[in-house]
Design a protein. Structure first.
Length: 318
């Protein structure tokens, strides 16, 4: 069977976090909508650069652009799916799935002010757990990463000291610990290090059967990461106040919500956007929830999907 015309072939690049869902949606639209999607998982920064250079039809980034950057680049930005960041650890003799941490304590581990697993701040959160004197060995992403941006943005929100001293970014000046590239590098470093602790995407942790730590959310409840806690966080997010389609999903305040959530974003040109790009994302947003959940993403609320498509740039505009 011959391929569709070139007008129905679209290219995208960027976020590695979003690559699985765009691959799944791409397979679905190939048969149902005759759209052929070529997506390159090259990282958020490269995705932004490529859409600014108009070498792809859409870019994908886990760190949303500011309004001034969107205006300068003549770009329309919108979320596609949501995901979560989880904490993994390796502590011989301790069932990591029983461990509990909160935001300020996690910030203390990564800023170097908490040096050992039997620190009183960790012990206070874990009554009944026999914590060893093992040194804390934090692992962070060495590459510029949307995952690091989300994680450090969370630490900045829950720890004034972190916000003042380190802040949020795809790359930050980590006070200590070791760096590794990608989810796989961080996970390998944690597994190989007694006392290791790091952050990875939930889908990666689930698919690789990594034990994860419970985290306290804004209500003080200790939450395990799963689809129910992710959707609870999403429901509590201030979507009605989302400027530029960017919503704060960190520690949203939902009673049962997981505290480290984010959306991944798509960038398309306002001055010349292919109609096939709109058809691809309309199909994904409106018909692709099963694929999203199957890959451990959280679908957007229906009202948000409808708004994204209603505000879509006119493809005839130049």
């Amino acid at each position: 069977m011959a391929q569709a015309a070139s007008a129905d072939e679209i290219t995208g690049a960027g976020s590695s976090f979003a690559a699985p869902i765009y691959g799944a949606w791409g397979e679905a639209v190939k048969a149902s909508h005759h759209i052929f999607v070529n997506y390159q998982s090259v990282g958020s920064g490269a995705g932004v650069n490529q859409i600014l250079a108009r070498t792809v039809d859409f870019g994908a980034t886990d760190k949303p652009l500011e309004p001034a950057s969107l205006a300068a680049g003549h770009l329309y930005q919108f979320p596609s799916v949501m995901g979560a960041i989880v904490i993994i650890a390796h502590l011989p003799g301790v069932d990591v799935s029983r461990l509990r941490l909160d935001g300020p304590t996690l910030a203390g581990i990564f800023d170097g002010s908490i040096l050992d697993w039997d620190d009183p701040r960790i012990k206070r959160l874990n009554p009944g757990v026999n914590l060893p004197e093992t040194s804390v060995a934090p692992l962070h992403r060495a590459d510029a990463s949307g995952t690091s941006f989300v994680f450090t943005a969370y630490l900045s929100k829950v720890s004034p000291a972190w916000k003042r001293g380190i802040g949020a970014g795809a790359s930050v000046a980590w006070p200590g610990g070791a760096g590794a590239r990608g989810n796989d590098g961080v996970a390998a470093g944690v597994r190989q290090t007694d006392g290791g602790i790091g952050y990875v995407e939930y889908a990666y942790a689930k698919q690789n059967h990594l034990p994860v730590v419970a985290l306290a959310n804004r209500t003080g409840a200790f939450i395990k990461p799963d689809m129910a806690s992710f959707e609870a966080a999403a429901r509590a997010a201030p979507w009605q106040r989302a400027k530029g389609n960017v919503v704060d999903l960190l520690d949203t305040g939902g009673a049962n919500g997981w505290p480290i959530m984010s959306a991944t974003y798509v960038l398309v040109p306002r001055d010349h956007v292919k109609e096939a790009v709109r058809r691809f994302f309309a199909a994904g947003l409106m018909e692709g929830d099963a694929e999203a959940r199957g890959l451990d993403y959280v679908p957007l609320p229906q009202s948000v999907k409808s708004r994204i498509l209603a505000e879509w740039p006119d493809p005839a505009r130049r």
